[in-house]
Design a binder for this molecule. Structure first.
Ligand SMILES: CC(C)(COP(=O)(O)OP(=O)(O)OC[C@H]1O[C@@H](n2cnc3c(N)ncnc32)[C@H](O)[C@@H]1OP(=O)(O)O)[C@@H](O)C(=O)NCCC(=O)NCCS
Length: 188
C-alpha cells in the first residue's frame, strides 16, 4: 500500500479493496453530497475509485484515502487533482479537495490531512499555486481552505460548467488559492 503522508492522527494513502464501502458512502450520502448535483451508486463509485487508484499509482497525484492511523479505518479523501476547467483554470492546475463521512466531521481531520497534501503537492510537483473551489454556500469547505492558508480570489470565481442547469444554486463557485511563495513562507 502506497503511503503518501502521515500526520499525527492520519495516513494519506492509496485506496484498497476494503475501502470500497466507505468510498460509496461518501459519494451517495445526501448530507455529504449536499453541494453536488449527483449521487453515485455502488458501481459508479467503484469505477471512480479504480480511476483514482490508477492515477495515484501512475502519477502520484490523486484524491488520497485518509485513514485513522490508530485503527486503519478509512474516513474519506483528501488529495490533489487536475480539475480540467479551462478557461477558468489553466491546463495542469492542481486542485486540493476533500470529502469525509459525516461522522468524522468536526474533528479537524481535513485540516490536518490538507496540510500534508499541500506539502506533498508543493514538494513533489512544484506547481506555481494550488487552488481549491467550492459552491459559494459550502462554508465548511471554505473554512478549511482558509485554515490551510488559501485566500479567496473573488475575481476568479466562476460558474462551474459541469453543473447542470437543473441545479442553478450549485453553479456559482468561489476560488481560493495559495502560491508556492505563500506556502513556503507559511511553513518556514
Ligand atoms: C468540507 C469538510 C471536509 C469539512 O470537514 P470539517 O470536519 O468541518 O473540517 P476539519 O476537519 O478542518 O474540522 C474543523 C472542525 O473540527 C473542530 N475540531 C475538533 N477537534 C479538532 C482538532 N483536534 N483540531 C482541529 N480542529 C478540531 C474545529 O473546531 C472545527 O469545528 P467547527 O466546524 O465547529 O468550526 C466536510 O464538511 C465534508 O466532507 N463535506 C462534504 C463534502 C464537501 O463538501 N467537500 C468539499 C467540496 S468543495
Amino acid at each position: 500500500m502506497t503511503v503518501i503522508a502521515t500526520t499525527d492522527r492520519l495516513l494519506l494513502r492509496n485506496w484498497a479493496e476494503e475501502d470500497r464501502g466507505l468510498f460509496h458512502e461518501i459519494n451517495s450520502d445526501p448530507e455529504v453530497m449536499e453541494f453536488f448535483a449527483f449521487r453515485r451508486d455502488r458501481a459508479e463509485a467503484d469505477l471512480m475509485l479504480d480511476g483514482i487508484r490508477d492515477a495515484i499509482a501512475t502519477t502520484g497525484l490523486g484524491l488520497y484515502a485518509a485513514a485513522l492511523k490508530e485503527t486503519g479505518e478509512p474516513i474519506g479523501f483528501c488529495g490533489l487533482w487536475h480539475p480540467e476547467l479551462e478557461p477558468f483554470l489553466t491546463a495542469g492546475t492542481i486542485e486540493i479537495g476533500w470529502r469525509l463521512a459525516k461522522r468524522h466531521w468536526g474533528k479537524g481531520y481535513v485540516t490536518e490531512a490538507g496540510a500534508a497534501a499541500l506539502r506533498h503537492g508543493f514538494t513533489q510537483f512544484d506547481p506555481p499555486e494550488i487552488v481549491s473551489f467550492a459552491v459559494t454556500d459550502n462554508h465548511r469547505s471554505t473554512a478549511v481552505m482558509r485554515r490551510l492558508g488559501l485566500r479567496h480570489e473573488p475575481e476568479r470565481d466562476f460558474d462551474h460548467p459541469r453543473v447542470p442547469d437543473t441545479h442553478p444554486h450549485l453553479k456559482r463557485h468561489v476560488l481560493y488559492a495559495i502560491s508556492r511563495e505563500q506556502w513556503k513562507q507559511a511553513v518556514s
